[in-house]
Ligand binder design. Structure first.
Ligand code: SAM
Length: 287
């Protein structure tokens, strides 16, 4: 097969490739190119505009950290909002918790359809859960009209370009803070600290300017470029670094010890959000 390897566009002279068994499906929506690849190391993968989003084999590394850290740090999350997350993996992990309502807002119907057909194990029936409801639309517009507070808001979006660009704006974080309950928590996927340091620095600084408590935590997602990945939390009241309940049964990445340790950043990232973070430290790896 001619194109036996897949790689995201190189960033700063850094490229990571994944061997393919085949390219299963591709389509173009009003927002992005949607592809489903069959990869040797990770099984099937969702790719949007050439960027890996999630894979069958390592989705738990990403979803367990994005979801269980804020959900277990919150004293009692009853209403949860997921923005993005078209593959359904984030929603599936939210529903492992004792929530009343989980609303998901995904802008691209084609992503929902492609994942339903080609990556069914990610949602694994989550969209049919009586507690869940799905809105096809823009998460920013949805938040603007939100009339009931959420306890946790999770932003499982593509990288901050195109429809996702506004999801790391200060205005968006203000909207999220206003839509959260008094002890609400926002968590976003904030990209690679090595290859997308500017986006991370901006998101962390903006969340830090809107929320009284802001913290970035790290984990590994093998299929993502540079493997190391970041998540950034804004909390109105509670310390996000402390789990308040045991994890749901069967987690394969998350543990209470790892929850606490994930916030222990290497020295060169500790200035994140303080405005003193110098992305030049990782400049050789930056795009
Ligand atoms: N785990 C992936 C990552 O870390 O990059 C994200 C996966 S999920 C497929 C990303 C989703 O965000 C896409 O389906 C995209 O359509 C959606 N999205 C982007 N901007 C959005 C917006 N403004 N409102 C709602 N969904 C959005």
């Amino acid at each position: 097969m001619a194109d036996r390897w897949f790689g995201e566009p190189a960033r700063g002279g850094f490229e990571q490739r994944i061997e393919l068994r085949g390219r299963l499906w591709a389509g173009q929506s009003a927002y992005q190119r949607v592809e489903i690849l069959d990869t040797v190391p990770f099984g099937r993968a969702l790719v949007l505009d050439g960027a890996i989003q999630t894979t069958e084999a390592d989705e738990f590394c990403y979803h367990e950290l994005l979801v269980h850290v804020p959900m277990l740090a919150h004293p009692r999350p009853r209403r949860v909002l997921v923005i993005g997350g078209g593959d359904g993996g984030c929603l599936r992990h939210v529903l492992l918790h004792d929530v009343e309502r989980a609303i998901q807002v995904e802008i691209d119907e084609l992503v929902l359809r492609a994942c339903r057909e080609w990556l069914p194990t990610l949602a694994d029936g989550a969209f049919a859960d009586v507690r869940a409801s799905l809105v096809v639309g823009d998460g920013v517009a949805f938040l603007r009209d939100a009339d009931e507070p959420f306890d946790v808001i999770l932003v499982d979006s593509t990288d901050p370009v195109g429809p996702a660009a506004e999801l790391i704006s200060e205005a968006f974080f203000q909207l999220a803070a206003a839509a959260l309950s008094a002890n609400g928590i926002l968590a976003i996927q904030s990209g690679s600290p090595l290859l997308m340091a500017d986006e991370l620095r901006l998101a962390a600084a903006r969340i830090g300017s809107v929320f009284p408590i802001a913290a970035t935590y790290l984990g590994h997602v093998p299929a993502y470029p540079g493997v190391l990945w970041s998540y950034t939390i804004g909390s109105k009241q509670v310390d996000p670094r402390e789990p308040r309940r045991p994890a749901p049964p069967g987690t394969r990445y998350y543990t209470a010890e790892l929850h606490r340790a994930a916030f222990a950043l290497p020295a060169y990232l500790q200035a994140l959000g303080s405005g003193r973070f110098d992305p030049a430290v990782v400049a050789p790896l930056r795009g």
